[in-house]
Design a protein around this ligand. Structure first.
Ligand code: ATP
Ligand code: MG
Length: 431
């Protein structure tokens, strides 16, 4: 929506909508929209606030300073951004905003979900906010396409689902991504121990192909991000995701994001398309956020044809199960490959699987690190590198335990040695 239309968009059904609408119009008469468009968002806000305050104090009805402030805030929020949600978005401690219809807004702060007094004046106003968000990323939401995922320019993910699918009105979930954990911080939190972290760092530097596995919400993306942080800064990295979540610190990163089909069912760009495209981009490393289908075959082939040092996550129940999952997913490609061929690809592509789990206390941990040591066409065989051995549950069901390390299989030791990662070569058993 153009800036002018936004400012003009009349409010409906609010107690004092007449007043707000009068001042919207007065504002439009006074401002130079083209000039406003050239200002930064922060400058725009200041400009509009000043102008409105002046108008209100010049000829305004009798409003208290507080009422006047609230009216200015409301008109400016609506004109510039996400209306009543703006103050929540500006609040750094809010990690998630959940709008269940116009009257029910919840936020998450420090892991706690709480209801907030924020209200939309009407369903109409909520729809306007939703429209503004989705149209800014060239998506639309209406009865024929009642669910949509979008990303705000500031990085937050937004999901919208509207009636008739959502029974109690338009529903919107905005997730803010907290600053991602680096590997050192994960060690600090007890998500893995120091030795395992250094071993994985060596594996990444030595260009081993590493898969991160785990269940829903087990911390796969977070861990993948931390692992990616160990890639040397001079490498060209291409990341491929459904919804860009990774945030790499390196200087040479190209981020690709898939796109769903439009309302006419056209224009979809899949993870698979992006993996294939990435191969033509001269990447040193390819990072696939999560493999979910036939692109797994392309990724394995890429890993086997010189794009080693690649990283991906997969949904699985154990490190061993991850291999079976990869096999199933790879068989979903249209290439009708016999299972032995797929197995061959997996055996030669994958070097290490890191499996994560979420504890009953909400903690996330590395619970196994396994090296794949099987012969090319043989059954999968894994050799444990590290493991979390849980102890008895503490008070309030807190999970505790210890990490144990195992000796490196010869082939892995040799690869690390050849890559100059000598720290792991001498010792038989780490720690
Ligand atoms: N090691 C950790 N310690 C504490 N919190 C963590 C840790 N790893 C992840 N989290 C938190 O857990 C939540 C889920 O993490 P993440 O998105 O990485 O998991 P996921 O396995 O990729 O989830 P999904 O299955 O949805 O893709 C996030 O809020 C994240 O900040
Ligand atoms: Mg994830």
């Amino acid at each position: 929506m153009a800036l002018r239309d936004r400012i003009a968009a009349p409010e409906k059904d609010t107690e004092d909508h007449d007043l707000a609408n009068i001042y919207r119009e007065r504002l439009l008469e006074e401002i130079d929209v083209d000039e406003l468009a050239r200002l930064s968002p922060a400058q725009r806000r200041v400009r509009l606030e000043r102008m409105l305050s002046r108008l209100l104090s010049l000829d305004g009805p009798i409003l208290s300073a507080q009422e006047r402030g609230a009216l200015v805030q409301r008109i400016v929020d609506d004109a510039l951004g996400l209306g009543v949600l703006e103050p929540l978005l500006a609040d750094e401690s809010v990690t998630e905003i959940m709008v269940n219809g116009p009257q029910d807004v919840f936020v998450e702060r420090n892991g706690q979900v709480q209801r907030v007094p924020t209200r939309f004046a009407s369903s109409e106003q909520l729809y306007q906010t939703i429209d503004r968000i989705v149209s800014s990323v060239n998506r639309r939401v209406d009865e024929s396409s009642p669910m949509v995922d979008a990303r705000l320019p500031t990085g937050e993910r937004v999901n919208v689902i509207i009636p008739p699918l959502a029974l109690d009105g338009p529903t919107m979930t905005i997730r803010r991504f907290p600053t991602p954990f680096r590997m050192g911080e994960l060690v600090g939190k007890g998500s893995l121990d120091e030795q395992t972290a250094s071993l994985l760092a060596a594996c990444v530097r030595a260009r081993l192909n590493v898969v991160v596995s785990g269940g829903t919400g087990s911390g796969k993306t977070t861990f993948l991000n931390a692992l990616s942080g160990l890639i040397p800064d001079d490498e060209r990295i291409v990341t491929i995701e459904d919804a860009a979540e990774l945030s790499l610190q390196q200087g040479h990163v190209v981020r690709l994001e898939s796109r769903p089909a439009n309302v006419e069912g056209r224009g979809a760009v899949t993870i698979r398309d992006l993996v294939r495209n990435a191969l033509r981009m001269r990447p040193d490393r390819i990072i696939v956020g999560e493999v979910r289908g036939g692109e797994t075959m392309d990724m394995l082939q890429a890993m086997n044809t010189g794009h080693d040092g690649s990283l991906a996550t997969v949904h699985a129940n154990s490190a061993f199960d991850a291999l079976g999952r990869l096999e199933t997913l790879a068989s979903m490609s249209e290439l009708d490959l016999p299972v032995t061929t797929i197995r061959d690809q997996i055996n030669s592509a994958i070097d290490v699987v890191v499996h994560l789990a979420r504890g009953v206390d909400g903690s996330r941990r590395v619970v196994e690190v396994q090296a794949l040591v099987s012969e090319r066409r043989g059954d999968y065989r894994m050799s444990p590198l590290a493991e979390f051995v849980p102890g008895p549950l503490g008070p309030d069901h807190t999970v505790s335990g210890r990490f144990v390390q195992y000796g490196l299989p010869d082939e892995l030791r040799e690869r690390l040695r050849r890559a100059g990662e000598t720290a792991f070569v001498a010792e038989d058993v780490l720690g």
